[in-house]
Design a protein around this ligand. Structure first.
Ligand code: ATP
Ligand code: MG
Length: 336
């Protein structure tokens, strides 16, 4: 039986861009799927198709047991969505926004009021509850949008980068809310650029790139696939990065990653502590001074880099260099 969120061969093109190039997903009921991928990978497009906001060119999708293309209105009644761009009414207060959503979902006035108050408290918005949303900061708007998505505790939820722009305390608060929601049986598809978030919340992870799922599994499975340990070296001088890279290439079992601004080089290795000693000797013999060196287990970031060839949280300029088109959004798009 297909899961609470199921997709098969989703294709969506925008002119020349193949935003989705055959996406398959299957999310068992009551679990969290983390959708990871670099900018422009197709995450938001996937979410928009699954939430009925966008028609795919081909493919099939079933959400909460309902065919998304055949019965979009029924699907809408069974899902909650928090988009990458907050969709709140600027001219209403935070409280009014939430009560309006509750009323749209046919709650009576009393229940709507109670649910709004509870969510405002939960998302640390109680103090600002009676100000119009246009006076809210970016993080406050996002929290209000998330609260709005949670008004009715839908059986299936979609969250597109829910914690982008939230401070650590509010991010933590949202994670707690999500965990409660899922414990209550909700199925969640979440996109994120914070791999720590996927590590913590997602039962399964799908990595997408260029509109295709390029890897899937649990966080541990993906880490195991990426191989064993890594040597991380921070060189003292920027001018030594190139030579250090050469040295590491001689020991590495894969590509060396360089973070220029922190003067850090990372290379996958096998051989443990003994190899570390050799690396140190070799760097020393080449006259490279190091600030820090260590062995560590792969993180989800390493998985991401090895699969997609670049790090998460790229800036648009950096993204330009990868050949992946940066997302284009009209203001109308952004308002969705
Ligand atoms: N309405 C649209 N018109 C034209 N191209 C679009 C449209 N929506 C998305 N695209 C393109 O489709 C591709 C996938 O975009 P999408 O928004 O799904 O990426 P994403 O994975 O959500 O990226 P990000 O991490 O930046 O949010 C991009 O190349 C983007 O430019
Ligand atoms: Mg997106």
């Amino acid at each position: 039986m297909p899961g609470a969120i199921y997709a098969e061969g989703l294709v969506k093109t925008f002119g020349e861009v193949r935003a989705l190039d055959g996406v398959d997903l299957d999310v068992p009921e009551g679990t969290v799927l983390g959708l990871l991928g670099p900018n422009g990978a197709g995450k938001t497009t996937t979410v928009r198709v699954l939430t009925t906001l966008l028609q795919p060119d081909s493919g099939r999708a079933v959400v909460a047991g309902i065919d998304v293309l055949k019965h979009p209105n029924e699907v809408r009644r069974s899902i909650g969505l928090s988009g990458q761009f907050a969709a709140v009414d600027e001219y209403l207060t935070g409280r009014e926004n939430l009560q309006m959503v509750a009323r749209l979902y046919q709650m009576n006035a009393k229940a709507a009021k109670a649910r709004a108050a509870e969510l405002l408290e939960r998302f640390n918005l109680a103090d600002a509850a009676d100000r119009t949303a246009k006076t809210y900061s970016g993080g406050m708007r996002r929290r209000l949008d998330l609260a709005a998505a949670l008004v009715v505790r839908p059986p299936v939820m979609f969250m597109d980068e829910p914690t982008t722009g939230l401070d650590p305390r509010n991010r933590q608060a949202l994670w707690d809310v999500i965990e409660e929601l899922v414990a209550g049986g909700t199925t969640l598809l979440l996109t994120t650029q914070y791999l720590e978030e996927a590590d913590r919340l997602a039962h399964d992870i799908c990595v997408v790139d260029h509109g295709k799922v390029i890897a899937r599994g649990t966080s541990d499975q993906l880490k195991a696939r990426t191989g064993g340990e890594r040597v991380e070296v921070v060189v003292h001088e920027r001018g030594h990065i190139a030579t250090a890279r050469e040295v590491l290439a001689g020991f590495g079992k894969g590509e060396t990653t360089v973070e220029e601004h922190t003067r850090k080089l990372i290379v996958p290795v096998t051989g443990g502590a003994r190899l570390l000693a050799e690396v140190i000797r070799e760097l020393d013999s080449r006259g490279i001074e190091i600030d820090d060196i260590g062995l560590r287990r792969p993180t989800l970031d390493d998985v991401f880099i090895s699969l997609t060839g670049h790090a998460a949280e790229l800036t648009l300029e950096e993204n330009g260099g990868t050949g992946t088109p940066a997302p284009v959004r009209t203001p109308e798009e952004a308002a969705k």
